[in-house]
Ligand binder design. Sequence first.
Ligand code: ZN
Ligand code: ZN
Length: 448
Amino acid sequence: MTPAEITELRAQALRSIDGATRDLITAAKTVYSTPETGFNEHKTSAYVQERLQALGFVVETGIARTGMKAVLRGAQPGPTVAVIAELDSLQTPTHPGADPETGAAHACGHHAQIGALLGVATALSASELKDSLSGNVAFIITPAEEFIEIQDRLALKANGELEFLSGKQEMIRLGTFDDVDMAMMVHTSAGNGGSAFSVGGTSNAHVSHQVRYIGKSSHAGGAPDKGVNALQAAMLANTAINSMRETFRESDVVRVHGIISNGGSAVNAVPGEVLYEGRVRAKSVEAIEPIAERIIRCYRAGALAMGASVEVQTIAGYHALDQNPTMQKLFADNAELILGSDSVVIVEKHHTQGGSTDMGDLSTIMPVIHPYANAASGVGHGHDYLIEDYDRAVIAPAKIMTATVLELLGNDAQLARETLSKHKPAMSAEQYVTLQRERFSTQTYDPS
Ligand SMILES: [Zn+2]
Ligand SMILES: [Zn+2]
C-alpha cells in the first residue's frame, strides 16, 4: 500500500467513526448505567455481545465467566493485534452513577472503553478496511480489572470457576491471548495537564493478603478476661505496618493499604474472628517480595501481642506495566495527526502514579500500550470521577486505535512485524502462569 492509500483508508475510518459518534457514546453511557463488578458483568457482557453481533461478528462468550473475544480477519495472513476493553465497575456507593442496590459504579471510566472498542470494530468492519489488513484484529473484552471482592473471587476459585483473580490474568491462563501478538487499549484519566492523551509510563505491581485473625469470643462485659480479641490483633498489626512505612524507599514506589472487611459480629462479644485485607504495591514483583515479608511480620506481631492466631493467604496480584516504544510512538503520531500537535503528553518510561493494572501482566508476554485519555473530572476511584468529555473518552480513542491498527497491519504488516522482531517479552505465557501460581501461598502463625 502506498502512503496515499493509507491516508485514504484512514480518512474513511475516521468518517465512519464520526458517523457513529452518537451511537458509540450511547453505548458507553448504557454500560455506565449498568455498573457491575468484576466477574459479575453479565448484563454488560450480554449488551456488548449483542452490539458486536450486530456488526456481523461471531462472538466467543463466557471466557473467564463474562469475558468475550471476536476476531476480524484481514485479507492476508499476518500478526494479530488485540484491541481491549474492560467490562467491570468499582464498588463506590457514594458515586452518582452507583447502582443503589449493589453500590457498584463506573468510578474508573471503563464504560468509555466499551464505546471506543465498538468504534474500532465499526470502522474496521468496512470491507475496504478489512481487506487492507495483513493479519487479524482480536477484540477482547476483559472482566474484572479492578482487584476487589477478593473473598468472593476466592470462593469462585474454590469452586473451580477461576484460578487467577483478574480478567486478563485468567484469560492468559485460559489461552485467550495465545493467538494474539500485541495489544492496546485506552483508559480514561483526569489530569495530564490540558493535553487530550498521555502515553508512556508504567504502573505498580501488587500482591494481596487475606489476613484472618482467630481469637476467642466471650462476653465483652461479663467475661472480657476469657476472650482473645481478634480485632485488637488486627489493629496492632495496622499500627505495626504504619511504623514500618519509614523503612520504604521512595524509588520502590511502595503503597501499602488495607481494609477490615470483617471486624467482628456483635458489639457485646469480644471479636473472635476478624478479616483484614491487605495490599502491597511496588515498582516490580521482585521489589514487593522483601516488603511483603516485613508486612507479614507486622500481621504476626498483632497476633503475638494478643495471643491470637493468624492465617495469611497471599494472592498473586499484578505485574508492572511495560509499554512498547514503537507502538507508543505510532499511537502518539496518530493522535497528533488526528487531534493536533499539542494533543499528547509523553510520560517518562519508569514514571508510575502508584496504581496497578492487569495490562501489566499482559505486558510481560507481549508488546502492549495503555495510553490515557484525559476526559474525566474528579479523582479516579472517587465519588466524583465523571467522564466530562465523551468525544475524548470514546471517539478519539476509537479513531487513534483504528489508525494505529491500519498502520500496524497495512502495507503487508511491515510495522507489526518489525515491532515484534524487536520486542523481547519478559516471559512466555506458560512461564507467566507458572510464576503466578507460585505467588499464591498460605501461612499460619499461632504463638500459643
Ligand atoms: Zn480502576
Ligand atoms: Zn481502570
